[in-house]
Ligand binder design. Structure first.
Ligand SMILES: [Cu+2]
Length: 184
């Protein structure tokens, strides 16, 4: 029974596909939706080379302000746990550290989804000399290590549509200081 259904489904697909050739509108729609789906999956999970410096001067600019808040290890966090930006925009992120304790520097690192624990560990290994930023293809964008009260502007092109994550790679901060970055 199962096999029969599968055969039926397959032949229906084939029929639709071959039929699409004669129907221009239908064919276009089929191709477009396939492209979009496979593209989004590929870009979010594996991704092509992303160049944070490849800013298109004609792109619309989306401005975001993100603060690192909390005076202690227990309270520290980004003031937003999700950031959503439009595809194709240039992102101007103002990152402000509202920390007060000099022993609590913070940074903002945009990474591919699923790499957070690995990047955090590699960040610790990279050490203070590298500002806790390891060399890794899953890191798309990163800022400076801000002292309490400092702020910076991080400008970069929105990566391809999909879900990413951001994290502070200062040792011991990644579990509390992380968020989801959505491009759509
Ligand atoms: Cu931090």
């Amino acid at each position: 029974m199962k096999k029969q259904l599968l055969v039926l489904a397959t032949s229906t697909t084939l029929f639709l596909a071959s039929c699409g050739g004669g129907n221009k509108e239908g064919a276009t729609q089929t191709i477009d939706s396939t492209k979009e789906t496979s593209g989004a999956t590929l870009l979010a999970d594996e991704g092509p080379k992303y160049d944070k410096n490849a800013i298109d001067p004609k792109a619309a600019v989306t401005e975001i302000t993100l603060k690192a808040t909390g005076a202690s290890m227990a309270e520290m966090k980004y003031d937003q746990s999700t950031l959503t930006v439009p595809v194709g925009n240039t992102i101007k992120l103002t990152f402000i550290s509202q920390a007060t304790d000099p022993s609590m520097p913070h940074n903002w690192v945009l990474i591919r989804k699923g790499s957070l624990e690995r990047i955090a560990q590699k960040g610790i290994e990279a050490g203070i000399d590298k500002n806790y930023i390891p060399k890794d293809d899953d890191i798309l964008v990163f800022g400076n290590l801000l002292k309490p009260g400092e702020k910076e502007e991080i400008i970069f092109p929105a990566p391809p549509a999909g879900e990413y994550q951001y994290v502070c790679t200062y040792p011991g901060h990644s579990q509390k200081m992380q968020g989801v970055f959505i491009v759509k």
